[in-house]
Design a protein around this ligand. Structure first.
Ligand code: LMR
Length: 400
């Protein structure tokens, strides 16, 4: 009956994580999937979340269905965090926000919305982008293609080319960008560069789709949302997805959001209605426990403050690991520039390693990176960074 089905090749990120979990070597290092590990190599349970969880469990609240669009307090908290406490668009009721089943689920609901209500709009993603962006959009039946982004020669951004490319896109094109901590490259735009993008998007009638999965892991919780807020202030109407997987260390709870900024409150009501219709036919309503945790932390001033400090600790640890790895590599490979490591932002670094070199790292040294050369810097710690640097030095020396 199913003989004609092609064999699934596996997901480029999740399959590697499965292989890592099955790897019996005690000194293996996970630098593939985007998980933040602490100094002891564990997934942290944030203290703010632990306290909120304890309180919620004491309350023994029943587990009824949430509204299709998610819980009102959670959705309000998403809006505040993404668009800012003093956002005029939020105050004017111009933003339709739904709880997403993780960032991925939110993107898919956004993609379905584009497919239904923006006929003829193609989606443009950065070259390269997170592997699943293309799959999620294509899964909704959208046509997806890439715009110039990463410059392998300089390990930087092809900014002028990207801007010129945007200027040639037909009005109504959807352009997916990441406001902070670009996955997979770690290369973000400066504020001046974002301003240039905003102007070109306004001039050309483009629709920004902003995927923010790492808010707080770049420069700060407020700082990382700068591009989102600047676009809204400039009069653009972006679709914005966000995720609490990383910044709450709540990967398995699948907590995210999709917010569609609209020209008017009336349009936001219509959009929200159609998002609800879209959700109802996919998963009916979202899960409960994770959103309760997130809303409890964000709505309780003391816990919120503690969470901000915990995100800061994670961000600063990642930055320290970038510096440490760069120092160790420079010591072993004098003359080779690894400045990109400390210039990139967030969890990921595009190392420039080839897929063969990545395979060698995995097979010979038990060090897992994504085959594109993407390294999750948040998997490094003081205990494994020297071993990772040593293995990288061996692999890089073999080049010459
Ligand atoms: C990643 O990019 O590794 C994470 O966002 C996890 C995933 O779902 O791919």
């Amino acid at each position: 009956m199913y003989q004609h089905l092609p064999v699934y090749a596996g997901d480029p990120i999740l399959s590697l994580h499965e292989a890592f979990m099955a790897d019996p070597r005690p000194n293996k290092v996970s630098l593939s999937i985007g998980l933040y590990f602490d100094e002891q190599g564990r997934l942290p349970v944030l203290d703010s979340v632990r306290q909120a969880d304890k309180k919620l469990r004491e309350q023994e609240r029943p587990s009824g269905y949430l509204p299709i669009e998610g819980a009102p307090d959670y959705r309000a908290a998403v809006q505040k965090l993404v668009f800012g406490a003093d956002s005029a668009a939020v105050a004017e009721g111009r933003i339709a926000t739904i709880q997403g089943v993780g960032g991925s689920g939110a993107i898919r609901i956004g993609a379905d919305f584009i497919k239904s209500f923006m006929p003829g709009s193609d989606v443009w993603v950065s070259d390269p982008t997170w592997d699943n962006h293309e799959s999620l959009m294509q899964g909704a039946g959208l046509k997806v293609a890439r715009y110039p982004y990463y410059d392998a020669d300089s390990n930087g951004l092809r900014y002028d080319e990207m801007l010129a490319f945007f200027a040639r896109l037909p009005a109504g094109s959807v352009v997916l960008m990441q406001p902070c901590c670009h996955n997979p490259t770690g290369i973000d735009l400066s504020k001046a560069q974002w301003s240039g993008v905003i102007q070109v998007m306004k001039d050309g009638g483009l629709v920004p789709f902003l995927d923010m999965a790492y808010q707080g892991f770049g420069e700060g919780i407020e700082e990382d949302a700068w591009a989102v807020r600047a676009m809204v202030e400039a009069g653009l109407c972006p679709l914005v997805t966000n995720s609490f997987s990383k910044n709450f260390s709540l990967y398995g709870e699948r907590c995210g959001g999709l917010s569609v900024v609209c020209p008017s409150a009336d349009e936001a009501d219509r959009v929200l209605g159609q998002l609800k219709a879209g959700i109802r036919r996919v998963y009916s309503s979202p899960p409960l426990h994770g959103e309760r945790l997130v809303a409890a932390v964000l709505d309780t001033p003391a816990l919120h403050q503690q969470w901000v400090a915990e995100v800061k600790d994670m961000r600063e640890r990642i930055k320290r690991m970038r510096v440490l790895l760069a120092e160790r590599l420079t010591a072993g490979l004098p003359g080779m520039s690894v400045d990109f490591l400390t210039e990139q932002h967030g969890m990921f670094s595009y190392t420039g390693l080839t897929s063969d070199e990545v395979d060698t790292l995995r097979e010979k040294h038990g060090i897992y990176l994504v085959r594109s050369g993407r390294m999750c810097v948040a998997g490094l710690n003081e205990g494994n960074v020297q071993a990772v640097a040593d293995a990288l030095i061996v692999v890089l020396r073999a080049r010459s």
